[in-house]
Design a protein around this ligand. Sequence first.
Ligand SMILES: Cc1cc2nc3c(=O)[nH]c(=O)nc-3n(C[C@H](O)[C@H](O)[C@H](O)COP(=O)(O)O)c2cc1C
Length: 192
Amino acid sequence: MNLSEQHVFDALYARRSIRLYRDQPVEQAKLVRLLQAAMAAPSACNIQPWEFVVVSEPEGMARLREVIPENGHYNAPAAIVVCGCPELIPWDDDDGGADCCAAIENMLIAAVAMGLGSVWIGGFDRGAIRALLDIPAQVVPIGIVYLGYPAEAKEPRTQYLPTAVHWQHYDTARPRDRRPGSLLAGKGARGE
Ligand SMILES: Cc1cc2nc3c(=O)[nH]c(=O)nc-3n(C[C@H](O)[C@H](O)[C@H](O)COP(=O)(O)O)c2cc1C
């Protein structure tokens, strides 16, 4: 592995969901740098159907936490709400979600390289986020990235699983068991 390959894999494996943060704001320049990483993401037809709402003031973060369920009650000092803009997309049934998710992942990886921790928050009520942040009805909040300086450490890792890979053709006989490490309770693929 050459040095830059090593660096990329180090960042990929070091990216973990951080849910405990230091009481220290994220510098504006770092937030802009993260947005530059986001907007380097691939995008269908290069439409770039995304918009970003940055929340970086303590009062704003407190209000954001109030409208997010418990799965987002972490003390991050900043958040970036990534929104899809269907009106930019000339075909039906696409809110830009795939493009936005690519942008989110870019930010999560860039955050590692910048000494920041992050967690992707997907469990929230879109209406509540729209109302709080003045996001219009035709703009779709896709995901929220919490950011800050980490106050917890997690082991770098991949979750490479050979049985999740089909070579050359799909093996229909293979069971799809719940993945090791899944946060769902139970044994089945859906936690049942
Ligand atoms: C689409 C999506 C939504 C997620 N939503 C939440 C969430 O609402 N709250 C949370 O604490 N973590 C959330 N996560 C983080 C996952 O729980 C986490 O990625 C997973 O447990 C693996 O751990 P790791 O990120 O440390 O590798 C979300 C991740 C994804 C990809």
